[in-house]
Write a protein that binds this ligand. Structure first.
Ligand code: DAH
Length: 340
């Protein structure tokens, strides 16, 4: 009997090693401890065993039964937790999975160029400020010396929301906004969208970008303006790009200048990008009109200043050889994706 028991135990130990599925443990349990199991059969012999040996043999069988059960259940528990882990692994959502690189956004060409310009300006001591796109006509016109009856309002066909609120036509609205908030001396720039009533074609869109620069201090002169703008343009357009300052007129500056830059596509020869001119107008600037300083509470006898305003779509358009102004505002990802 003892030998039989040992035989069954070593059979179980051997068999358990080969089991790989928790459900197979139950089969081994049935085979050994079930109704007709190997151990259960041995219990049946008990009645034939002499009375004096019954107790010892009974103990032996019970110990064997427990041993078999613990061998089987240990493996069963081990396999069950392994199977659960595998199930969880296979159903897991991997949140660290890399995105398809095609889906990663790209910066708009105007933004790329603005970031370059912002770096140049901050390097020269300018701080960035912001102005509203929906603006009172007071800031957009009146406080920059364009009164209600001024013919120069005809220069800009505006998009009005109410009688006194419009979509700003120029970032020059940040001039009075800055003078209202900041005490001179200050050196600031502002970038953003401006809006005019314009039909869309290859060179016109009803929304476009401008960048405004303002410097107010004691004794700021035209020489400062020429020096600073030349430096900005050299850094922005490249050392060798030729620029030309010429006299112009703006209601909020006196004297006023406009700056032309050599076309960087044809290098001055004339091409489709510059409409054959070999150059393009890049900005307007001038010494802030004393009347504008006065209108905004700054004493023109104590302070003077300069301002400049870049049209900010032209240059990225030429730089990246974008033939149509319209695509700059459509935000089609197939277009923007190219500027990575
Ligand atoms: N605001 C002008 C425009 O929209 C551009 C401009 C010209 C801005 C001269 C300035 C300036 O600050 O001094 O055409």
């Amino acid at each position: 009997m003892k030998e039989k028991i040992e035989e069954i135990i070593s059979y179980v130990k051997e068999k358990i090693e080969t089991i790989e599925k928790s459900s197979d443990c139950q089969n081994l349990r049935i085979e050994t401890l079930g109704k007709n199991g190997k151990i259960t059969e041995l219990f049946r012999f008990m009645k034939e065993v002499p009375a004096n040996e019954k107790q010892a043999l009974g103990q032996l069988l019970n110990t064997a039964k427990q041993q078999v059960e613990s061998i089987i259940s240990a493996k069963e528990t081990f396999l069950q937790s392994k199977e659960l882990e595998e199930k969880l692994m296979s159903e897991k959502i991997d949140v660290t999975l890399d995105l398809n690189p095609d889906e990663v956004g790209a910066l708009h060409p105007v933004t790329i160029d603005f970031m370059r310009m912002a770096e140049i300006l901050t390097g020269m001591g300018f701080s960035q400020i912001d102005g509203p796109e929906i603006e009172y006509d007071k800031y957009n016109f009146e406080l920059v010396n364009i009164p209600a009856d001024s013919p120069s309002r005809d220069m800009q066909d505006s998009l009005y929301i109410t009688n006194s609120i419009l979509l700003r036509t120029q970032t020059s609205n940040t001039q009075p906004r800055a003078m209202e908030k900041i005490k001179p001396p200050f050196k600031v720039f502002s970038f953003g969208r401006v809006f005019r009533k314009d039909d869309i074609d290859a060179t016109h869109t009803p929304a476009f970008h401008q960048l405004e620069g303002i410097y107010i201090d004691k004794k700021v002169s035209l020489a400062d303006l020429k020096h600073d703008l030349s430096l900005i343009l050299k850094k922005y357009l490249g050392e060798s790009t030729k620029t030309k300052f010429r006299a112009s007129y703006f209601p909020f500056t006196e004297p006023s200048v406009e700056v032309d830059a050599e076309c960087n596509v044809c290098k001055g020869k004339g091409c489709a990008a510059c409409n054959g001119a070999g150059q393009y107008e890049i900005l307007g600037a001038g010494m802030i009109h004393p009347h504008v300083l006065e209108l905004n509470g700054i004493d023109p006898n104590e302070y003077s200043g300069y301002a400049f305003g870049f049209g900010f779509d032209r240059f990225p358009k030429m730089r990246y050889k974008i033939p149509n102004a319209k695509v700059m505002f459509e935000n089609d990802v197939r277009f923007i994706r190219q500027f990575k």
